[in-house]
Design a protein around this ligand. Structure first.
Ligand code: 2BA
Length: 109
């Protein structure tokens, strides 16, 4: 058994969980925030049998897309009289950040 932890953009999370249900997977979605952009994203936890891991990863790949986000850099420490004009920087986010770990024990009581 594997535990897949997928961090996806909020806009894609509904599509991913719908496709997982259709594919016969159980998942849990929770709200999260990226450490860099501090924007909301979704973390989806999926327990999968080893033989179905590739199917779960395919569903994630097919339902998440890359987007460009604009970030305003934090102002540097300033001396009196200095002026800082922030220039937004573009970063590519996603499709998804995926971690796969082994599960020692799983049960539904
Ligand atoms: P954020 O941390 O808000 O990062 C959003 C995007 O900003 C990243 O997209 C990446 O393009 C850029 N970025 C992040 N940290 C950076 C840095 N130190 N310097 C320059 N650019 C940076 P993704 O790589 O697609 O990541 C999307 C989200 O997935 C992240 O949101 C974070 O919530 C999660 N994530 C990514 N890598 C992770 C990791 N190794 N461990 C835990 N969570 C991770």
């Amino acid at each position: 058994m594997k535990l897949v932890i997928a961090i996806v953009q909020d806009e894609d999370a509904g599509k991913v969980t719908d496709a997982l249900v259709k594919g016969g997977f159980r998942s849990t979605r929770f709200q999260s925030h990226g450490g860099f952009l501090r924007a909301r994203n979704s973390t989806i936890m999926i327990g999968v049998e080893d033989r179905r891991l590739d199917d779960a990863l395919r569903i994630i790949r097919e339902n998440c897309r890359t987007r460009t986000r604009s970030v305003s850099p934090l102002p540097p420490v300033m001396e009196p009289g200095e002026f800082f004009m922030p220039q937004p920087v573009e970063v590519q986010v996603g499709g998804a950040t995926v971690f796969v770990t082994n599960v020692d024990h799983y049960e539904r009581v």
